[in-house]
Design a binder for this molecule. Sequence first.
Ligand SMILES: Cc1cc2nc3c(=O)[nH]c(=O)nc-3n(C[C@H](O)[C@H](O)[C@H](O)COP(=O)(O)OP(=O)(O)OC[C@H]3O[C@@H](n4cnc5c(N)ncnc54)[C@H](O)[C@@H]3O)c2cc1C
Length: 199
Amino acid sequence: MVVISPSSRWNWIPSNIWVGTGRMTQEQVVFPLAPVYKRKGIIFHQAKAVAIHPEGTQADERPQVEIVFTEKGREGETRRLAYDYLINATGPRLNFDATPGLGPDEGGHSLSVCTAAEPRKVIEAARAGKHQRLVIGTGNGTCTCQGAAFEYAFNVDFELREAGVRDRCEVVYLTNEAELGDFGVGGMRFRQEGYQTTS
Ligand SMILES: Cc1cc2nc3c(=O)[nH]c(=O)nc-3n(C[C@H](O)[C@H](O)[C@H](O)COP(=O)(O)OP(=O)(O)OC[C@H]3O[C@@H](n4cnc5c(N)ncnc54)[C@H](O)[C@@H]3O)c2cc1C
């Protein structure tokens, strides 16, 4: 078994909502991959897949995936790996460009909980008497992880109350859901101990 991933470290994404409010540190939600795979006898290549040849090539008829190493010291090195079974699980690509001005790069207007971003100095500023407005939400309408934004909004509210600065902070929840609780997936239902709760 071979795993290919461009990053040497892995981020347990659901816990980023705690990093963003300072309850957990980046170190607690990000860890190196190589030791984990080594322990399990799985070959790990720090590389990115750039092409799939399911019908092989002229030189080799076996199905292959083409990879480019990102590992320090091997950057740019390429290799073709023949496979019997291929699992392509490259996840979503953050598309900040779909909403002008969104994202950490263009002027640094917003941070994303999809990466383990450290908290901003909101609480200190509020303590110093400065009114703060926090906008929490999702970007483009095709984004479907509203659940995380919702969780994060409640975490932020809790932290601001704990810090005694809630009255100086305006929290705005910005949503593109058709209805509140739609979450981009037509709503959710949770059953627990005979009760049903809807999102
Ligand atoms: C803040 C937050 C909280 C969440 N909370 C929950 C929750 O409580 N419960 C829940 O079920 N879900 C939750 N989710 C959703 C969940 O995190 C995602 O659905 C899940 O991480 C998707 O997993 P994935 O493996 O498809 O993609 P990813 O986790 O994005 O993994 C894709 C991997 O592919 C690698 N990759 C990308 N391109 C290449 C390439 N060319 N070659 C090789 N590798 C590549 C990436 O580096 C990455 O390691 C949350 C999401 C967020 C943002």
